[in-house]
Write a protein that binds this ligand. Structure first.
Ligand SMILES: [Mg+2]
Length: 314
């Protein structure tokens, strides 16, 4: 029995009903002898299981699911010596994309885990809830809040566009951003990044490094049409330019920050709606996360190639 490969604990969200979710389940069952599979009933159960594996000193725990499942497992493993392996089976898979983990075929994601290369990334928290990739206060969280599951099923990504149109029509309340070092900015929407990518493939936070113990923050100061212009400009330029973000956009880096407002603000972390609060406090957890990823993330490689080619691309 001794030369058999080890079995990895695998935490799975069995509710994934999409085609991608079904394909993932098929791959997992075809390779079932490599895992001990734990299908979870709730987010809390996923956190508890991950905590248990970490305290038992498991070297690796695999999370199979979307960004929500991943966020739960990350919370359970935070600060431990246990590494996270990712089977991205969601629609966005932002954290997997950031790390260059293939999100098309689980065979390739498994190769990354077998490759054994582990990264250590910062873990921040919002009002005590850890997040690994990004968070948003105001506009984007409100769009998620307004988008019902039924509408998502019926319209796909257009459901978000429909909600966005509705949210854009209303005048948002002013929020105050106070950085740990005392700098303050006012705005109507705040996006916070640990990594570079936001909401899929957009490298919004150009200066972000998920191991520099800083959060990258984009504050949109004006609502309505100007907000649309600022967002589109950011997308067209492949991210908000930290050196010239635009007159009504501010790009900051901070070790921590507080966003406050007279009204309750919708808040999302790692793309999942967290809830509402008048205060959103972003702090370091003081913990890191070990995660298996390719030695050279594809995203970084793409930047390097683009940079080298840039004189010829004009
Ligand atoms: Mg950082």
């Amino acid at each position: 029995m001794t030369d058999l490969p080890p079995r990895y604990p695998l935490i799975l969200n069995p509710k994934a009903k999409s085609e991608k979710g079904k394909r993932a389940l098929k791959f997992i069952m075809e390779n079932a002898t490599r895992f001990t599979i734990y299908a979870t009933r709730s987010r809390e159960e996923a956190i508890e299981l991950a905590q248990r594996f970490a305290s038992e000193g498991e070297p690796l725990v695999i999370a199979a699911g979307g960004d929500g499942t991943l966020n739960a497992v990350v919370e359970g493993l935070a600060g431990s010596e246990t590494s996270l392996g990712i089977f991205p089976t969601g629609t966005m898979n932002v954290f997997a994309r950031e790390l260059g983990i293939p999100y098309d075929r689980l065979e390739n994601a498994m190769e990354v885990i077998d490759g054994g290369h582990s990264h250590e990334v910062d873990l921040f928290q919002m009002n005590g809830a850890p997040f690994v990739q990004m968070a948003g206060v105001g506009f984007d969280a409100q769009v998620i809040e307004e988008t019902t599951w039924e509408r998502k099923k019926r319209l796909g990504p257009f459901a978000y566009l429909l909600s966005a149109t509705k949210v854009l029509g209303a005048k948002p309340p002013m929020m105050k951003v106070t950085c740990a070092d005392g700098r303050t900015v006012e705005g109507i929407a705040v996006l916070v990044g640990n990594g570079t990518l936001y909401g899929g493939q957009f490298p919004l936070f150009k200066k972000a490094d998920n191991a520099d113990q800083l959060l990258d923050v984009v504050v949109f100061k004006e609502s309505g049409l100007q907000f649309v212009r600022d967002t589109l400009r950011g997308l067209a330029k492949g991210g908000i330019d930290p050196e010239s973000p635009g007159d009504s956009v501010e790009y900051l880096q901070a070790a921590g920050l507080t966003v406050s407002c007279d009204e309750t603000m919708p808040i999302e972390i790692d793309g999942e709606l967290w809830g509402r609060s008048k205060v959103a406090e972003f702090l370091p957890t003081g913990k890191t996360l070990k995660v298996f990823a390719p030695a050279v993330p594809k995203v970084k490689l793409r930047y390097t190639v683009l940079k080298i080619l840039s004189p010829w691309r004009r």
